[in-house]
Design a protein around this ligand. Structure first.
Ligand code: RFL
Ligand code: PHB
Length: 391
C-alpha cells in the first residue's frame, strides 16, 4: 500500500487529521489496533472548547454536534459549603463550551471518512514504523493475519500515550517533562438525569468530585481515588454515598441516582515531549502530551495539534514549503504548555494531596476563596476553560 500521510491511531487526533487532509486534497490511511466498535464506544472526554466546535462545524462534521451537544455558559466550583459560578457569558462574551462525548466526535469522524471513501484499517496488530529519519518512511503491521506495510511521505503518530510512535524515536532525541499525581479519578457513567444543568467541580475534605453529563438522561461523575484503587472495593452504594457527600451542599440539588453503566479508574499525569517530531514522524495529541483531566483540555489539544499539522502538510503539498512542517512542534507547544499550566492549576486547587500540611490546606482554600471573590481570577479561569485564542 502507498499513501501520502500514514496515520497511526483512530482516536480524535488521527481521525480529524485524516479528515482535514482529505479536505485539502491529501491522501491518508489510518491504522488502528482496536475495533471500530471499541473506539466508537470508548467513554472519555466530554467538554469541547468553542474553537474545537468551530473547527468541527467548519470542516463539515458538526451537524449532530450542533443538534445534540449541550452548550454550557458557565461551570460551578463547590467548596467549603458554598458554590461559585464561573459565568462565561459575562467573563468571556461570545465564548462557551459544548458538552458532547468524545466517542460521539469519533463516530461522526469515522462516518465522514467512510462516506468520503477514506481508508481506516481497524483491528491491526504489531504496528511498527521504519525509516522515519529517511524520505521514505513505512508503517508495518499485521491485518487479517497478513503482514502488510504502507509506504508514505510522512507518518503521523496519533496513537495516544501508550502507542508505538513516541517510543520509536531514538532515545535522547526527545526531552521528556513529566509529573505523576498521587491520585486518580474513579469515573462513573450513570443512567440518571444530571441534577445540574452545568458541571460542578467540588473540593471536599475527602477529595475531589465532578458532576458532568452526556445527555439529559446520562450523568458522568468522577471521584478522586487512589491510583491503585481496587474497583471491587467500590460498590454502587459506596459510590453514591461518596458522590452525595462530596457534591452536595445544604441548599443545592441532590445527585440523582440510577443504574451505573460503567466504572473505571483514570490515572493522572502531566506529560510533554519536545520536539513533537523526529525526521518524517510527527506526533500529535496524547502521543506527545497528557494533561490531568481537571481542565478538560486533552481532546481540545489533540484537535488544536492536528489543525496546525494539517495546515503544514497542505503548504507542503501545495507549494513544497517545509517551513510550516519545521515550525509545527514549536507552534503546537505554545498552546500545549499554557493548557498544561491551567490543568495543573485546576488539579492542585481541587484535589486533596496526601501529606498536605494544615498550611497547605488553608492556602488551597484561600485560593478558591480568591477565585470566588475576584472577577480578575474568574476571568482567567474562564478564558482558559473556554479555550485561549488561536495563536
Ligand atoms: P487517543 O484517543 O488515545 O487515540 C489513540 C488511538 O490510537 C490507537 N492505538 C494504536 N493504533 C494502532 N497501532 C498501535 N500500536 C496503537 N496504539 C494505540 C488507540 O487504540 C486509539 O484509538 O488519543 P488522541 O487521538 O490523541 O486523543 C486524545 C484524547 O483521547 C484525550 O486527550 C482525552 O480523552 C482526554 N480527556 C479529556 N479531554 C478533553 O478535551 N476534555 C475532557 O473533558 C476530557 N476528559 C479525558 C477526560 C480523558 C479521560 N481519560 C479516560 C484518560 C476524561 C477522562 C476520564
Ligand atoms: C467529562 O464530562 O467527562 C469531563 C468533564 C470535565 C472534565 C473532565 C471530564 O474536566
Amino acid at each position: 500500500m502507498r499513501t501520502q500521510v500514514g496515520i497511526i491511531g483512530a482516536g480524535p487526533s488521527g481521525l480529524l487529521l485524516s479528515h482535514l487532509l482529505h479536505l485539502a486534497g491529501i491522501e491518508s490511511i489510518v491504522v488502528e489496533d482496536r475495533s471500530r466498535r471499541y473506539v466508537e464506544e470508548r467513554i472519555r472526554a466530554g467538554v469541547l472548547e468553542q474553537q474545537c466546535v468551530d473547527l468541527l462545524v467548519e470542516s463539515g462534521v458538526g451537524g449532530r454536534l450542533l443538534r445534540e451537544g449541550l452548550v454550557h455558559h458557565g461551570v460551578n466550583l463547590r467548596f467549603g459549603g458554598r458554590t461559585c459560578r464561573i459565568d462565561f457569558a459575562r467573563l468571556t462574551p461570545g465564548r462557551a463550551v459544548t458538552v458532547y462525548g468524545q466517542h460521539e466526535v469519533v463516530k461522526d469522524l469515522i462516518a465522514a471518512r467512510i462516506e468520503a471513501g477514506g481508508e481506516i484499517l481497524f483491528d491491526v496488530e504489531d504496528t511498527s514504523v521504519e525509516g522515519i529519519a529517511t524520505d521514505a518512511p513505512r508503517i508495518r503491521f499485521r491485518h487479517g493475519g497478513q503482514a502488510q506495510s504502507i509506504a508514505c511521505d510522512f507518518i503521523a503518530g496519533c496513537d495516544g500515550f501508550h502507542g508505538i510512535s513516541r517510543p520509536a524515536i531514538p532515545h535522547g532525541a526527545l526531552k521528556v517533562y513529566e509529573r505523576v499525581y498521587p491520585f486518580a479519578w474513579l469515573g462513573i457513567l450513570a443512567e440518571a438525569p444530571p441534577c445540574s444543568d452545568e458541571l460542578i467541580y467540588a473540593l471536599h475534605d475527602d477529595g475531589f468530585a465532578l458532576l458532568s453529563m452526556r445527555s439529559p438522561r446520562i450523568t458522568r461523575l468522577y471521584l478522586q481515588c487512589r491510583p491503585d484503587e481496587d474497583l471491587e472495593a467500590w460498590s454502587d452504594d459506596r459510590v453514591w454515598a461518596e458522590l452525595h457527600k462530596r457534591l452536595e451542599d445544604r441548599d443545592g440539588p441532590r445527585v440523582n441516582e440510577g443504574p451505573i453503566l460503567q466504572k473505571g479508574v483514570t490515572p493522572m499525569r502531566s506529560f510533554v515531549v519536545e520536539p513533537m517530531r523526529h525526521g518524517r514522524l510527527y506526533l500529535a495529541g496524547d502521543a506527545a502530551h497528557i494533561v490531568p483531566p481537571t481542565g478538560a483540555k486533552g481532546m481540545n489539544l489533540a484537535a488544536a495539534d492536528v489543525r496546525v499539522l494539517a495546515h503544514a502538510f497542505a503548504a507542503y503539498y501545495r507549494e513544497r514549503r517545509t517551513d510550516l512542517l519545521d515550525a509545527y512542534s514549536a507552534a503546537a507547544l505554545g498552546r500545549i504548555w499554557k493548557a498544561q499550566r491551567f490543568s495543573w492549576w485546576m488539579t492542585s486547587m481541587l484535589h486533596r494531596f496526601d501529606g498536605d500540611s494544615a498550611f497547605d490546606r488553608r492556602r488551597q482554600l484561600a485560593e478558591l476563596e480568591y477565585v470566588a471573590g475576584s472577577v480578575a481570577a474568574q476571568t482567567s479561569l474562564a478564558e482558559n476553560y473556554v479555550g485561549l485564542p488561536l495563536d
